[in-house]
Ligand binder design. Structure first.
Ligand code: FAD
Ligand code: UDP
Length: 400
């Protein structure tokens, strides 16, 4: 592998079999697979000054390993994804736990047996819990929007409390809309859990953190003789896509192109900008060993940030006398001015707009879209890896 800043003078795209845009999960998994399975020579273009996309981590001035683009916790039920990534890292056995700060009381989220007793008192909490068990069964996940539909006074009491104290204000801060106004799959990511398990991902088959961090795992994945990475290179400066061809450095390019950036941006937003939410991440290093009891505390009724993450609680790193925390402030993403489009907004008109861009490239047979931006999908890391494995399967099959 080589990693350089900028493109070398006389860069010749034709000396590569594949050009990949983006060194996040989507681009990196495809790079490694095509180099390894087909012996293809791969150039990865990345406009940031680092690899690993939004999973990038680094040691800050206090020596604390932090996640620059928000807390990333690996979790999956996908055997193939887990097997693939595990070639490039060992995992810690970190199990993510989140507490909601509800008027000063910290309650587990997903809302569970313990949370019920904290919210309603021992006796009433237990009675409500038994009602949930009788209705849904034990160790079951119940999305809040589904719970709200039940016509039972006890269940309605639970639903009203959880809706008001866990979902309403947090969702307003995160999306600028109430839970009723957004795709139910979004709040469904954090269902009420009818059980005692207090982990954020209670049913994930695999979870943990890469033992030496995410960036190291990406370095290992990109470490292949046939892969060259060029940082600080915006592909739009050298790439143009027509309805039938990709042009790189002003010449039609015949190799494969894998694109993991935003599609509207590639076309100068000429059909309109795809809406996203961005997040201002505000880091603070404190002169203390530990700030909060768990990795993340969600501020579900107060404050104008959504959550505080304390990285040492997730990585298990020992840095005596110092800890770094991060607050997330979500807001509307402004296109075209260098902001990071973090969250797609899954609404029908946005999906329609995305499809119009996607149709434009449908006839460009060597141009492939993959990843959270290029597919305009609210993917977790494992979903992106699965999609990149599928795409690379297809390309490998076509070349063997
Ligand atoms: P990215 O990581 O965004 O990579 C795309 C890369 O392409 C970027 O590096 C970008 O700079 C580059 N690029 C774009 N356009 C160009 C261009 N024109 N030229 C050159 N380079 C370009 N998932 C989990 O599983 N667990 C979590 O705990 C979790 N937490 C998250 C927290 C936050 C705040 C966010 C926003 C996401 C979180 N995710 C989490 C999701 C995870 O970040 C994504 O699923 C994953 O990183 C997406 O990988 P990707 O390769 O599709 O995109
Ligand atoms: N959510 C909420 N309160 C919480 C946790 C989650 O209202 O305490 C809602 C909110 O709308 C959020 C969504 O559930 O955007 C999904 O939460 P998740 O933690 O999966 O979001 P991410 O980690 O992707 O930001």
């Amino acid at each position: 592998m080589s990693i350089e800043s900028g493109l070398p003078a006389g860069f010749n795209p034709d000396s590569f079999d594949v050009i990949i845009v983006g060194a996040g999960y989507a681009g990196t998994v495809c790079a490694r697979r095509l180099a390894e399975a087909c012996g293809m020579k791969v150039a990865v273009l990345e406009r940031r000054d680092h690899i690993a996309g939004n999973a990038y981590d680094y040691e800050d001035e206090a020596g604390v390993l932090v996640h620059k683009y928000g807390p990333h916790i690996y979790h999956t039920t996908n055997d193939r994804v887990n097997q693939y990534l595990s070639r490039f890292t060992e995992w810690t056995n970190y199990q993510h736990k989140v507490l909601a700060n509800i008027h000063g009381t910290l309650m587990p989220v997903p809302f569970n047996h313990t949370s019920l007793k904290l919210a309603f008192g021992e006796e009433r909490g237990e009675a409500l819990y038994q009602k949930l068990v009788a209705t849904f069964g034990e160790n079951k996940k119940v999305p809040i929007m589904e719970l709200r539909e039940k016509n039972d006074p006890d269940l309605a009491e639970v639903a009203d409390f959880v809706y008001e104290n866990v979902f309403l204000h947090y969702t307003m801060k995160q999306w600028g809309k109430t839970p009723d106004q957004i795709d139910p799959a979004v709040t469904g990511r954090v269902p009420v859990f009818v059980g005692d398990d207090d982990r954020y991902f209670p049913t994930a088959k695999y979870q943990g953190m890469p033992a030496e961090g995410y960036t190291k795992m990406f370095e290992n994945m990109l470490n292949h003789d046939l892969i060259s990475v060029y940082l600080n290179v915006d592909a739009r400066d050298i790439m143009r896509v027509s309805t039938s061809q990709v042009f790189i450095c002003d010449k039609p390019y015949q190799g494969e192109v894998i694109y993991s950036g935003a599609l509207d941006e590639l076309f100068g937003f000429d059909l309109g900008a795809l809406p996203y939410r961005t997040v201002d991440m505000v880091f603070e290093t404190l002169d203390e060993d530990q700030f909060q009891p768990v990795g993340t505390v969600n501020y579900t009724v107060s404050e104008n940030f959504t959550r505080i993450t304390e990285f040492k609680n997730m990585t298990g790193q020992k840095v005596p006398g110092k800890t770094t925390i991060m607050r997330e402030y979500s807001r509307t993403y402004l296109p075209g001015v260098g902001e990071t489009p973090y969250y797609v907004i899954n609404e029908p008109e946005n999906i329609e707009l995305y499809k119009s861009y996607r149709e434009r490239v449908a006839g460009v047979l060597n141009f492939h879209c993959v990843g959270r931006l290029a597919e305009y999908r609210y993917y977790d890391m494992d979903g992106v890896v699965a999609s990149a494995l599928d795409l690379s399967d297809d390309i490998i099959a076509a070349h063997n």
